[in-house]
Design a protein around this ligand. Sequence first.
Ligand code: ZN
Length: 156
Amino acid sequence: MALSKLDNLYRQVILDHSSHPHHHGLLDGSTNQIEMNNPTCGDVIQLQLLVKAGVIEDLRFDGSGCSISTASASMMTDAVIGKKVEDALTLSEEFSQMVQGNEKEDLDELGDAAMLSGVAKFPARIKCATLAWKALDQALTEKQETTVAKQLHCED
Ligand code: ZN
């Protein structure tokens, strides 16, 4: 398991998020919903968002996935709740660049999610880490009113 090779501190935080995920469950009265899966690992995520006046007021996730995908989803919720939609989309892009190894100097805005930078060393796990962020992107940009199922496409 790739986790064993990550820095010990980071690994502990990642394990904490995966065993006790933040903002896990269902959201009443959500405005945006999406379901997405990562076929290479079998991770499935459902996101429910409450977006008002361009701000992500609340967000919950459910589904089943490996520890990386669950931890990443938990960290993502911490990073984007209370943020403007445009800022959340910027964070999503920064996260995507980070796990592909294109790290920028200032990752503070990503919060705990910055600890997943080590995933860049494990290409097979990058899609696990980006699943929640891709789902967020889709949910925010397509203004989904109902749950839709989408598969991630290979990026190469
Ligand atoms: Zn996975």
